[in-house]
Write a protein that binds this ligand. Structure first.
Ligand code: SAH
Ligand code: SF4
Ligand code: F3S
Length: 382
């Protein structure tokens, strides 16, 4: 049998797809590049913005006629979108040809869902599976079929406790759960033992700076970075994502002193206006953000800084947006990811008044893209 996985969303999902692939490879199912050739078709979905959800729905919907011609094919939908129970149920009704629906919290059960579905198909049973768990867990020792070349993703913490008012992630990924440091170190040692080539290790978490807080008294992200750097081996180290409110001097110090850590940092600021940051529940001010940036630039002059920006958050005026543009120019980022605010069901910002019209969001996002081009041109001239 052959499988094909379509992944939407962030690196967390990309890596989780490597685990789904690992489960299938272990069963002797092999990957194929063309979706139409696959016996098992998986969609690992994202819920971060409406656009991401719509893309997934469009992709799933387009399989209706393929499934009609080849009813033996198995279609599975999982990820952040289906972790929202009401949406999972909607998809279950909307797409009767989807065989398996599950969420982020039980993706380790994929093997049993798959085996059950294959058995059902063999006896011509049309039984379908929909299973959304609400229990936060940390599952170790899942097989991983890595497909990101020389880059190796390593989870260090799952979930998020921050509840930024616009964000769906805490609702679909649960509370923060750090992995045992020993499990992380062992996984990295195994990766290094598996190859002679130089590799990149990317530590993953919604907020890596929270690492350890739920588990250890005096061992956090900085200690983990330093311990990993002491491992013998030909590798470079990086991580994502860092919440500005939690980045400590010890972490900045590790980035500056540890040769193995790549001199780059993704530090999402979201907005240049303190009023908007407060409404976003980000818990820092532009003053404190700039203090971090200045410290980083002083200690690591060649550092490559990137950021995320949301435009058109409820209540964002021209004046607020101007502050965002000024901030971007001041920091002189090497890369900006700009998004139009997308109201997410169940979040605080969804119900805020003063929603910004689409046209204005669109203008602002285009303005930022031009601003970014300008900055890149200036920097390359320099
Ligand atoms: N955990 C990371 C990434 C979260 S999602 C962090 O805290 O930085 C990646 C980016 O998507 C966010 O940084 C934010 O800029 C954007 N984003 C999240 N929710 C959004 C929404 N409702 N509308 C538009 N952009 C959003
Ligand atoms: Fe979302 Fe904020 Fe958590 Fe990032 S820190 S995942 S933006 S709630
Ligand atoms: Fe999307 Fe889930 Fe990542 S909502 S951005 S895939 S954590």
């Amino acid at each position: 049998m052959k499988y094909h996985i379509t992944t939407f969303g962030c690196q967390m999902n990309v890596h989780e797809s490597e685990k789904l692939a690992g489960i299938m490879e272990k069963l002797g199912i092999v990957s194929c590049t063309k979706l139409e050739d696959a016996d098992i078709i998986v969609f690992n979905t994202c819920a971060i913005r409406e656009g991401a959800q719509n893309r997934a729905v469009g992709n799933i919907g387009s399989l209706k006629s393929l499934k009609k011609h080849y009813p033996q094919k198995i279609i599975a939908v999982c990820g952040c979108m289906t972790q929202q129970e009401q949406i999972a149920k909607k998809l279950y009704k909307m797409f009767p040809f989807v065989d398996i629906i599950f969420g982020t919290k039980n993706f380790d059960k994929f093997e049993s869902y798959l085996i059950e579905t294959i058995k059902n198909k063999n006896i011509n049973s049309k039984k379908r599976i929909i299973s959304i768990s609400q229990e936060d867990n940390v599952v170790e020792n899942l097989p991983i079929f890595r497909s990101s070349g020389k880059n190796f993703w390593v989870n260090i913490i799952y979930g998020c406790n921050n509840f930024c008012s616009y964000c769906i992630v805490p609702y679909v990924r649960g509370r923060e759960r750090s992995r045992n440091k020993e499990d992380i170190i062992n996984e990295i040692k195994q990766i290094l033992n598996s190859t002679n080539e130089k590799v990149r290790i990317t530590l993953l978490g919604q907020n890596v700076n929270s690492y350890g807080k739920d588990k250890y008294e005096d061992y956090g992200f900085a200690e983990l970075l330093n311990e990993i750097c002491e491992i013998d081996g030909n590798f470079e180290l990086t991580f994502m994502t860092s919440h500005p409110k939690d980045i400590t001097d010890k972490v900045i110090d590790a980035i500056s002193h540890q040769n193995k850590i790549i001199k780059e940092l993704h530090l999402p600021v979201q907005s240049g206006s303190d009023k908007i940051l407060k409404a976003m529940n980000r818990k820092y001010t532009i003053k404190s953000y700039m203090e971090i940036i200045n410290k980083l630039k002083k200690l690591i002059p060649n550092i490559r800084l990137t950021t995320d920006i949301i435009v058109g958050f409820p209540g964002e005026t021209d004046e607020d947006f101007k502050k965002t543009c000024e901030l971007i120019q001041n920091v002189n980022y090497s890369g900006i990811f700009a998004f139009m605010f997308s109201p997410r069901e169940g979040t605080v910002a969804e119900k805020m008044e003063n929603q910004v019209p689409y046209e204005i969001k669109n203008q602002r996002v285009n303005h930022l893209l031009n601003l970014e081009k300008e900055i890149q041109n200036n920097n390359s001239k320099k």
